[in-house]
Design a protein around this ligand. Structure first.
Ligand code: SIN
Ligand code: CO
Length: 383
C-alpha cells in the first residue's frame, strides 16, 4: 500500500493552492518508495500485443520513436533511451496500486497510469500535456525542468513526437525515489534520467467540449435519438427571405438545447461516455460460466477485485433508480442492492465482510455471475 504524504499540506490545501493552477514538487510524497514493478518485467509487458508502448531515443542529436510491441531491446545500448507504457494499470495489479492514494480526486477524472524506464540521458523530450499529472519518481534519479504556462510553440522533432521549443524553467530539480512532481495541463516539462530510472505518472484528463459533443452525437446516432425535425407551425410571411431572424435562430438553438436539457438522456450519455475504457482491457473471461450457488457461497468468504482500468460510475439519482454505468454501458439493477453497487463503483476491492450481507440476495448474485463471467471482477484474497 502506498501512503501519500503531501508534506504538511491537507488534500484540500493542495487542491486550493496547486490543482489546475501551478506545478509543485512534493519531496518524499511516498516514503521508502519501492517500484511496484521491476524494470525487466516492465520491459516484458511492452512486448505484449495489446499494450501501447513507445521507445524514444536520441541518436546523434536526432530524436527517434518506435512503437511496440517490442521483440528485443538489445540494439539500444546503455544510454539515451526511454521506454514508455500507457495504461500500465490495465496490465499490472501491483502498479495499479499507485493510483489508490489519489482517490481524493474522482475516478472519472482519471486517465491512466503511464510509466517509463529510462537509461542515463533518456527522455521523451520537452512537451506539454493536456493532463494534470503526478509524476512519481521510482528508483534512480531524474532531472526535471518545468516552464511556465502560456504559449509554447510546437516543434516537430520527429513526426511521432510533439515537442515544444526550449523553455525557461520555473522548477529545476533532481527527483529521487518517492519524490512527486505535480504538473497541471499547459506547463511545458522535460525529465532527463541521470541514471537508469523508473517513473510513474498518474494522469487526470478533462474532456474538451468538442469531444463531449462528438461523443453525444455518436450516442444519439447509436440510440436512434434526436431525429425530431425542427417545427415552425406558427410561421408568418416575411419580406427578407435572406435573413435568419432572431426567433428562427432561437428556435434552431432550442432544438439542440432540448436534448441537453433532457437530463435522463444526457446523464445516460455522460455515464456511458465516462465509463468507456480509454485503453484496451486485459479481459480474461472465465472458462466455465459461474453457477449462482457457487458465487453465493464464495461471496461470503472471498474478496472481489475490479479489473485494472475498468471504469464503473453512478450518479446519486441513477443509483436510486437502479442504474449504474460500466465500461461504456448502462447496467440496470434492482434498487434494493444499491448499497453494494456503490461499493463496486467506489472501491477496487470489496471485502467478504462487506459482501456477506448481499451473498444471498438473488439480484446481486445474478449480477455478479455476469460480471465474473465477463472477467470484469475477479476473486482475490482479502487483505
Ligand atoms: C516520462 O515518464 O518520462 C514522461 C512523463 C511525462 O512527461 O508526463
Ligand atoms: Co508529460
Amino acid at each position: 500500500m502506498y501512503n501519500l504524504d503531501l508534506n504538511q499540506m491537507s488534500k484540500n490545501e493542495f487542491l486550493t493552492t496547486y490543482w489546475q493552477k501551478k506545478p509543485v514538487v512534493i519531496r518524499q510524497g511516498f516514503k521508502d518508495f519501492v517500484d511496484p514493478i521491476a524494470a525487466d518485467e516492465f520491459a516484458g509487458i511492452a512486448m505484449e500485443e495489446m499494450v501501447q508502448s513507445r521507445l524514444i531515443s536520441k541518436r546523434n542529436g536526432e530524436w527517434q520513436a518506435e512503437f511496440g510491441p517490442f521483440e528485443s531491446y538489445e540494439h539500444l545500448g546503455e544510454r539515451d533511451w526511454s521506454l514508455v507504457i500507457q495504461a500500465l494499470d490495465n496490465f499490472s495489479e501491483e502498479a495499479a496500486e499507485l493510483i489508490e492514494p489519489f482517490r481524493f480526486l474522482p475516478h472519472w477524472r482519471l486517465d491512466d497510469l503511464m510509466a517509463s524506464f529510462a537509461t542515463e540521458g533518456g527522455s521523451v523530450g520537452p512537451h506539454v500535456d493536456n493532463y494534470d499529472t503526478f509524476i512519481c519518481q521510482g528508483s534512480g534519479k531524474r532531472h526535471w525542468r518545468v516552464g511556465d504556462n502560456g504559449r509554447h510553440s510546437e516543434v516537430i522533432a520527429h513526426e511521432a513526437l510533439l515537442h515544444v521549443e526550449p523553455f525557461e524553467a520555473i522548477i529545476d530539480v533532481e527527483l529521487e525515489a518517492g519524490d512527486i512532481l505535480y504538473i497541471p495541463p499547459g506547463f511545458p516539462h522535460e525529465g532527463v534520467a541521470l541514471e537508469p530510472s523508473m517513473s510513474f505518472s498518474i494522469g487526470f484528463r478533462a474532456n474538451s467540449a468538442i469531444s463531449l459533443l462528438s461523443g453525444f452525437a455518436d450516442h444519439l446516432i447509436d440510440n436512434e435519438l434526436g431525429g425530431q425535425l425542427l417545427q415552425d407551425p406558427q410561421r408568418k410571411a416575411i419580406t427578407n427571405s435572406g435573413e435568419i431572424t432572431n426567433s428562427d435562430y432561437a428556435n434552431i438553438k432550442q432544438q439542440l438545447q432540448n436534448l441537453l436539457d433532457d437530463d435522463k438522456l444526457f446523464k445516460n450519455f455522460v455515464g456511458n461516455f465516462l465509463t468507456n475504457a480509454k485503453h484496451e482491457l486485459d479481459l480474461m473471461p472465465s472458462d466455465e460460466p459461474f453457477e449462482a450457488a457457487e458465487v453465493s457461497e464464495l461471496l461470503a468468504i472471498h474478496a472481489i477485485k475490479r479489473l485494472g482500468g475498468l471504469r464503473a460510475f453512478y450518479f446519486e439519482d441513477t443509483l436510486n433508480d437502479g442504474v449504474f454505468y460500466l465500461n461504456g454501458e448502462q447496467i440496470n439493477f434492482n434498487s434494493e442492492i444499491a448499497p453494494v453497487i456503490k461499493l463496486l463503483c467506489n472501491q477496487v476491492v470489496v471485502t467478504p465482510s462487506e459482501l456477506a450481507p448481499w451473498s444471498t440476495n438473488e439480484h446481486f448474485v445474478t449480477l455478479m455471475v455476469g460480471l465474473l463471467d465477463q472477467g470484469y471482477w475477479f476473486w482475490t484474497e482479502a487483505e
